[in-house]
Design a protein around this ligand. Sequence first.
Ligand code: NAD
Length: 496
Amino acid sequence: MRILVTGGSGFIGNCFVKLLLEKYPSYQIINLDKLTYAGNRDNLRDVEHDPRYTFVQGDICDPHLVNKLCQEVDWVVNFAAETHVDRSIVSSDSFVRTDIFGMYVLLEAVKRHNVKKFLHISTDEVYGDILEGSFKETDRMLPSSPYSASKAAAEMLALSYLRTHTIPLLITRSSNNYGPYQHPEKLIPCFATRLLQGKKVPLHNPTPIRDWIYVQDNCEAVDFVLHQGVIGEVYNIGGNNERTNLEVTQEILRALGKDSSWIERVSDRKGQDMRYSLDCSKIHTLGWRPKISFQAGIEHTIEWYKTHPTWWNKINKIVIAGANRAGHAGVVFNTLTLLSDHSIAGFLDKNPHVERPSDYPILGSTEELPELGGIEGAVVAISDNVGRAAVSRRLKEKGLKLLTLIHPHAFLTPGVLVGEGTFIGPGAVINANVRIGNNVIISAGCVVNNDVIIEDGVYVGPGTVVDSRARLREACFIDAGHRIKVDEVVAAGEKR
Ligand code: NAD
């Protein structure tokens, strides 16, 4: 049995991969994960060398890769998604792309290669909120946030493939998961790790109710549905633990010996759902029930965050490779400081005396990288293509994520595919259906128009205009202020 798990480096996915490897010694697992900010290779370090496990870094929106992998497997389980409601409210692009278009790519590949089962992981949020009673699987979907709408749209598309193409579809809709290895942007790890650092917890609204399920319980239910579910059916998976946000916060405070003076009220989430509730009688009748009580689960979870500071301390800690303050590294530095999503541990440069922002150390050379043990990722801000590719490779070999950095004022319309390691400078305007490869630098004030293809390692200088359907081939270099005309091709390695 060969199973493709997508999004296996995320919070629930890693728990599911470990469960499969433990429970089914003969199964082969391929984990396809893009390693977005939410994906973390550390989550699966324990099984990395298991011969039954293969990691593929890649995107579910990449038809070529997805088709290749679907040819090799019996079953597919799709966890890959953009998952954070607050992020979807700020910007929905990546949600529409991964959660909907990625689903389309998977469905097409499942259809083409006769994959024998396709289990899609959905959420209770597709129903929207319910003030009294609980949703059954047959109830209508009425999502409230761009996140839940993208998940509902994915389900609609999948259900249409079930009806039209009779693909072997199963869907699970689970309630809020909690447990070890959850990204600290989500409520329970956010609050636990903040309190552990002596910081207050930002509570948007005390009254909304969520049903909480321990992640291991959800993964056991997913496994149950994968092996025993009826093709074409949807299954609600709940923890039977409805709690207000305030009750959950108080549990975390209690577990860490703090009182309610550590709560700080912040403005409410837009479009807030007031209560989620699932009727899980369908899966209960089939024989699955959750095992972990909220009390036991939360205690174990808080203890895990307490004893694993190296796991969460590393998240969002990055280095900037290439330290010239006047050049790209300076722009990257300023952009990162503006975004304030990451903490910058320092710079890497081959010249230890290079001009750099004060208070940020040079941690070592880009030629011979230092240890970098507590660092999650890097932005490679080196304009020379050959040097950039070499440093990127070395950083990747060290297990660092190469980060995409998009300035808040950049304008990226839907259909854009922005590759890993991309740095797009302030004021860039990038129009629809532009495809951008890895380690591309597009500097401030550039305009890139529709249907342009930009291959790996390209540098586009400030003020350049790239007209529609132009193609910038691999590792070309365009200095400031050029105009690349409609349909023009800049050859691989060419300098202008
Ligand atoms: P997560 O954000 O922790 O992990 C998502 C994973 O998907 C990451 O490893 C990320 O790198 C990967 N990914 C994102 N875009 C990708 C792409 N284009 N191609 C390949 N990989 C990509 O999410 P999670 O909490 O583990 O949730 C997993 C699934 O379960 C999601 O589909 C989510 O909607 C669903 N779900 C989550 C919850 C919850 O409470 N966490 C509840 C119900 C349903």
